[in-house]
Design a protein around this ligand. Structure first.
Ligand code: PEP
Length: 251
């Protein structure tokens, strides 16, 4: 179902105590003043169980940042979708550009992760987006089309209805350079049209498409006002309760 979402990707940041403090401040502030969107926190995996305990008492939802493409077995260091499900994780980011770049993740591997998650009723947040050189050479639409075709569009419409898409131009991630409102809307509309072609208009209208890349308390409102931008996947600005809550209150 299409909804407005603000999700915080904490990446590999925060000590356990800092993470607990951040969650508890966000939870108590949200109790006082509830944002008009769904709020998801994605802490490092070691903190997920603590986070889901907090989430039990609040309206916050919890997402993981990664999952294995295997169900179980001899995969040292990996965490399965079943393990995430057992501690009540709701969402999981997949295909983040940092995982594509530093861990060599391909669309095929990411598609396997999506399937493992859906098997466990965990909703994937599927990241896509082009590199700077791809935008400069005007191949950004082709790049995103290919990522979605290989990574998502083999799902049935029923399976796909549980997926959230995050458009994250790589040149905007952690750089302080945000896509303009026009650039974001243009790509989000393109993505929604691709979903309509792969499935149908109804599925496309029900798809949640988030923007990610240097989204902050100052620019969130303008980005979220676009008709095809349903919220944000927030990196740096999700590490401070005040900034993150301001973004969540941009709706
Ligand atoms: C991200 O890494 O998903 C992200 C959007 O990061 P930032 O907001 O820091 O650009």
């Amino acid at each position: 179902m299409r909804k407005n979402i603000v999700a915080g990707n904490w990446k590999m940041n925060k000590t356990f105590d800092e993470a607990e403090e951040l969650i508890s401040v966000i939870a108590s502030e949200m109790e006082r003043n509830k944002p008009k969107c769904e709020v998801i926190l994605c802490p490092p995996s070691l903190y997920l169980e603590m986070a889901t305990d907090y989430a039990d008492e609040s309206t916050i939802l919890i997402g993981a940042q990664n999952v294995s493409n295997h169900e179980n077995g001899a995969y040292t260091g990996e965490i399965s979708a079943g393990m995430l499900s057992a501690i009540d994780v709701d969402y999981c980011i997949v295909g983040h550009s940092e995982r594509r770049k530093y861990f060599g993740e391909t669309d095929t591997l990411i598609a396997e992760k999506v399937s493992r998650l859906l098997d466990q009723d965990i909703r994937p947040i599927y990241c896509c987006g082009e590199l700077l050189e791809e935008r400069e050479s005007e191949t950004h639409f082709d790049v995103v089309r290919q990522q979605l075709k290989e990574g998502l569009f083999k799902l049935t419409a029923d399976e796909f209805s549980n997926v959230v898409i995050a458009y994250e131009p790589v040149w905007a991630i952690g750089t302080g350079v945000t896509a303009s409102s026009t650039q974001a809307q243009e790509m989000h509309e393109f993505i929604r049209n691709l979903v309509a072609d792969a499935y149908n208009n109804e599925v496309a209208e029900e798809t949640t498409i988030l923007y990610g890349g240097s989204c902050n308390a100052k620019n969130a409102k303008e980005l979220f006002e676009n008709k095809d931008v349903d919220g944000g996947l927030i990196g740096g600005a999700s590490l401070k309760a005040d900034d993150f809550l301001k973004i969540a209150h941009s709706f």
